[in-house]
Structures are given as structure tokens and as C-alpha cells.
Write a protein that binds this ligand. Structure first.
Ligand code: PGA
Length: 248
């Protein structure tokens, strides 16, 4: 079977002011100099427009880290999908576990945000993942499958989207699941996506996220059903991120 091109996405979280645009520029120059996999950076919303200028004409795509579920309105402090698209984003991370945990985002809210994203022409990357407690209770597959079922809206079928499997206990901790555990959950995520949206959704990439680093990227990225990676800490510096990209 033909290997599809891996999709490597950097999630800067709440890191980066103007000076960080130089990292995006360094990434662009290296990526544009030799063809590599599909790559995107998701900076803080305030940097989107500047990053668009820095990345213009290149292959590195630009995304947001969240959007509001409504198109506009009296929602002080929020950013809509249309605003992200207007600033240069073409994709958006939704339902990251940090938002689910710290901002109480439910599957239904994530699904509503995904609808808003596709209405604005953005490609959603929908995150799912179990906590350590859930894994230890043997619930990883059932929790993640239920999150896929509840977080993917009908409108996603026939549209480009990705799902990211990010075990909560692996994010920012340096811990990663075994390759067998990653393969097991990715197979379950694939089955849940197809059950939810039908066969057409079989081509949507499933990214792995949680402590992906230059030294573990190659083995993770060759695990069955791993279509790419969602990278936090190791995406902040172009030098580290490029090592992961080159492993893909
Ligand atoms: P990490 O974060 O690579 O720093 O573990 C991944 C994520 O939260 O997307």
C-alpha cells in the first residue's frame, strides 16, 4: 500500500511574541529548500497575520489553536474561525486536552467549533485522548472512541480534517505510550471515524501527539495508522522541529 505523506503540525500554545517569527522563517527556508512532508505551524492568534507574511509563498501552512463556535457576537476575548481565516490560517486545532480540562470543553462544544471552522473554510484538527487514570482503568480505547463519536460533526464528511490522538499524560511530560499502545488506539480511532462518518473519512490522517521529540519521531511515525504528529514543545525552535520533520 502506498504510504501517504505525513502531516506534521506544530502547536506553539501560549508561547511566542514577535521575535518568534524568526523561527517560522527559518523553518520556511529549510522546508522550501528541499521537499518534505506536509507541515503546519499553529502560533498564538496574535501572531497569525505576521506569520502569514513570513510564510508567504512557501509550503508551511498556518493554523489557529482554537476558535469560538459562533461566527460573531458579544463574546469578549474570543476569536472566530472567520477571524483566523482572515488573518491567514487555513486550519485550526480544536478540543485540545488543555482546553477540555482548563476551559471545560465538551465533545458537543468541540463538534460545534468544528462546524464553525468548516463554515469558515478551515480544516479542523480534532484532538482526543485519555487521562492516566482512564488508561490505568483500561478505558483508553473506550474513552477515545467516545470522544471521536461526540466531537466529529456530520458536516465533516467529504471535508478535509484530521484527528489527533494525544494521551493527556504524555503531553509535556516526556512520557510516551509504547508503539503497541499507539497502534491500538490509532486503530480504534480509525474505526470510530469510519463508524461516525463513513468510508470516505478513511483517508483523514490520524496524528499522534504527546512528547514527540527528534529522537522518538521516526519510530512513532512508522507505527500503523500514524499519519503524522502534533508537536508542542519541540516545535518552538525550528532546529528541533526540522529534526522531527526530517524523520517523517
Ligand atoms: P508536547 O505537546 O509535544 O509538548 O508534549 C503536544 C500537544 O499538546 O499538542
Amino acid at each position: 500500500m502506498k504510504q501517504s505523506v505525513k502531516f506534521i503540525v506544530g502547536n506553539w500554545k501560549m508561547h511566542g511574541v514577535s521575535a518568534a517569527v524568526s523561527e517560522a522563517l527559518a523553518l520556511k527556508e529549510a522546508v522550501d529548500a528541499s521537499p518534505m512532508c506536509r507541515i503546519a505551524l499553529c502560533p498564538p492568534a496574535t501572531l497569525t497575520d505576521r506569520m502569514r507574511a513570513a510564510l508567504a509563498g512557501g509550503r508551511v501552512e498556518l493554523g489557529g489553536q482554537d476558535c469560538h463556535e459562533k461566527a460573531s457576537g458579544a463574546f469578549t476575548g474570543s476569536v472566530s474561525a472567520e477571524m483566523l481565516a482572515d488573518a491567514g490560517a487555513t486550519l485550526v486545532i480544536l478540543g485540545h486536552s488543555e482546553r477540555r480540562a482548563a476551559f471545560g470543553e465538551t465533545d458537543a462544544l468541540v463538534a460545534a467549533k468544528a462546524e464553525a471552522a468548516i463554515a469558515a473554510g478551515l480544516e479542523p484538527i480534532i484532538c482526543v485522548g485519555e487521562t492516566l487514570e482512564q488508561r490505568e482503568a483500561g478505558q483508553a480505547v473506550s474513552v477515545v472512541s467516545a470522544q471521536v463519536e461526540g466531537s466529529l460533526p456530520d458536516g465533516l464528511s467529504e471535508r478535509p480534517f484530521a484527528v489527533a490522538y494525544e494521551p493527556v499524560w504524555a503531553i509535556g511530560t516526556g512520557l510516551t505510550p509504547t508503539l503497541e499502545q499507539i497502534a491500538e488506539v490509532h486503530a480504534a480511532v480509525r474505526a470510530a471515524i469510519v463508524k461516525r462518518l463513513g468510508e470516505a473519512a478513511r483517508r483523514a490522517p490520524i496524528l499522534y501527539g504527546g512528547s514527540v521529540k527528534p529522537d522518538n519521531a521516526a519510530e512513532i511515525l512508522t507505527t500503523p495508522e500514524v499519519g503524522g504528529a502534533l508537536v508542542g514543545g519541540a516545535s518552538l525552535l525550528a532546529e528541533d522541529f526540522l529534526k522531527i520533520i526530517r524523520a517523517a
